[in-house]
Design a binder for this molecule. Sequence first.
Ligand code: PLP
Length: 439
Amino acid sequence: MSHVFPRHCHGTFPTATGGDGCFLIDASGKRYFDGSGGAAVSCLGHSNERVKQAIKDQVDQLAFAHTGFFTSEPAEELADLLIANAPGDLDRVYFVSGGSEATEAAIKLARQYFVERGEPQRRHLIARRQSYHGNTLGALAAGGNEWRRQQFAPLLIEVSHIAPCYEYVERAEDETPEDYGYRAAQELEKEILRLGPDTVMAFMAEPVVGATMGAVPPAPGYFTRIREICDKYGVLLILDEVMCGMGRTGHLFACEAEGIAPDILCIAKGLGAGYQPIGAMLCSSGVYDTIAGGTGFFQHGHTYIGHPVAAAAGLAVVRELLDRGLVAQARERGMYLGEQLRARFAQHPHVGDIRGRGMFWGLEFVADRDTKTPFDPKLGVAGKLKKAAFAEGLICYPMPGTRDGKHGDHVLLAPPFIASEAELSDALDALGRAISTVI
Ligand code: PLP
């Protein structure tokens, strides 16, 4: 009997014993194409020599030095590299060990920023429904996914949730994408005015929505208007690029495609690419200087922040992305992936929407394409698709539809950027077979 406490207590999972390029291998020798990079993590595949070597070298040199006493070379170099490539006036990097830690730190930084500015009345956080920002209590409160929040609701801080930007369902037939983008963004202004502008500290959103909605890019102009609204009311813009950042959408930072920069940016997953647990929160010089010129101490921290081995892995990952042109490759190969998805599934009677950017795609399944009616959640379509695909040797990330009936089951595809066209084509063959067995 296993003594591991797994997330799925009744599932029996194979034991992963190896990784080879875009494939994971189990104890029986079966190979699985990592079509979702786990959960949009493994951007470099599973056997990158440069990252593995960087980890080994760092362990030999220095395994750990607590940030209460030291900084380290890899943390300094990684921060420099990230900032050299970051948009806007993002200027400082606070390292953490994962995505939830990054968003949690962002919420606390926003609050401390306003306290130190002498605006302690600014305490409201606004986020969006059908979003996911992590599983720790602050991050969970920010997320709008009801299924994840439900039983913990009594423990969560109060966060306002506005509608997400979700063209497939929310854009009216006679509305242009630009008009819809503007209208969706106006929800933020309405909510700021309802709460009282001088009580709002920050707005948090994923530029391309990941786990909860399945790779949904924003409507054109949406984030331009969001940035304007935040500036107008002095509200900090926190972008959560934990899933969609680090090249995943074909830009190193997903917000580059929107032509805007946030005040605080969260990254994780692709930063460690699965080789080490690492995340980061980047903030503007204005935010940093307020703290540095005030108490001079960010009242937040975990033991493993800035871990040298994790930072060495992150540094090697970012160097690989930049030196080998893998962000551009994600963009180009992502176009192939999108074309192939459309060619194979756009006419399928139960595929309602195919959307994405770069190597980040979602398929939304519906019972009825004309009315966009989702499947009854009790049918568990997304879970069945995950199982059927896994049997076919394909890993894809499932997400059930929402109970408000607006959002159908979907699967998320986020393959490694190094996947070849032939590997992607085989993966979509497997996905096609899985879909045929389930719906
Ligand atoms: N934010 C987003 C957008 C995510 O997709 C996730 C994880 O899926 C998180 C935060 C939380 O990251 P982690 O699971 O590393 O804590």
